[in-house]
Design a protein around this ligand. Sequence first.
Ligand code: GLN
Length: 451
Amino acid sequence: CLSRLKKYNAQVNAFIEVQKEEVILQKAREAENRINEGINNKSLDGIPIAYKDNFCTQDLTTTCGSNMLRNFTSPFNATVVELLRDAGSIIIGKTNMDEYGMGAFGPVYNPHKIISDQESNIDKYEKRVAGGSSGGSAAAVASGMCFAALGSDTGGSVRLPASYCGVIGFKPSYGLCSRWGLIAYANSFDTDSTSLSPKLRAFNSLISRNSPLNKNNPLDLGGLRVGVPKEYMVSELSEPIIKLWRKGISFLKSQGAKIISVSCQNTKYALSTYYILAPAEASSNLARYDGVRYGYQSEKDSSQLINDNDNDNEDTGLLYANTRDEGFGIEVKRRIMLGTFTLTTGSYENYYLRAQKIRKLIQLDFNKVFQGVDVLITPVTISISPKISDYNNDNFLNFYVNDIFTIPANLVGIPAISIPFGKLHDYPIGLQLMSQYGDDLTLFKVAKILE
Ligand code: GLN
């Protein structure tokens, strides 16, 4: 992994910070000793894992891809980081991401051609994106710089880059992983949000155990009901992706699954609902970056206009404004403006509350559908990875549509997984499976067959 990292990271831009080589090698030796001696073995001994740079780590900086946290080092590790470390894995580094998880475009290059072509050919084609916001994590796995990487999936940020880069991307049921130490974007979507109690976890595993697939031979799909939601056939979908989708459906059918056409009527509102609710939560979460408690602080002299001690508040106001102006990038500012707007009196009822009600309707749709099917199969993305040159600041709205297939699972809280399913124009592309809340295990099993 280290040698691949050294070879490709300069072109792929997957890592923001890499763990010191001597630390990695020391941990690897310790793990190797444990394995050789056969005592105190741990389940993930020696496995190199990378973390998206919004998971807090004590040893490495946690920047969230933002100037605001450029030099920030957390005093604690995120729970998921601790758990994976205690299981014997090695932190290889922190991966690149769209600032605060907002975007689908990513500052990372798609590693696909970079690693498959001769080095001399690299400049001969136009570079494509790895996707975002967990683009660094997907690209790091795809180029063999680590065995696995953690991302966060608020609206598809794990599944979308996984599809573009040709790796598996999994978003668990909401609440299944702790979000302690994950820097918040939108709390009610971030999967890894607030954890479930042990009692609810037990209930969840019961759902999984009762599903037909887990009762039968795990590699036989007989009895499994696969739903194809009509509403996912959107006009943005290109013919080759529709073909790929059909191929996935026929494959599951050939393995003994029963295919059923289903309808989630309100799904057509999912994208706009998400882009009202997520920025609203983000605007509130990001209010904490005030230039005082931690993170970036503007060096502009905010007292230059006011020298009167009675005007302390205005001083602080200027510091706050300057810090946020210099610390946040354009997409984050756009989300803060949008979110603040929808939360103000006057627009709150028309936008925020209405979006909450629609979210509920979308949840009810899915609940109903899962009474008749075990999993849903859909595309993950509307296209293969776009070219870097396709995106500029004037066409950002066109890019929100990239999330059209991933967002419903976040609104509803259900598990979803993106599985590599062939190539188009020589670039990888995935298919998505979704299952009922808590039924993550069935998802894994069907995914394994589709893979
Ligand atoms: N494109 C989505 C957004 O910008 C992705 C969010 C995510 O999953 N972190 O909101």
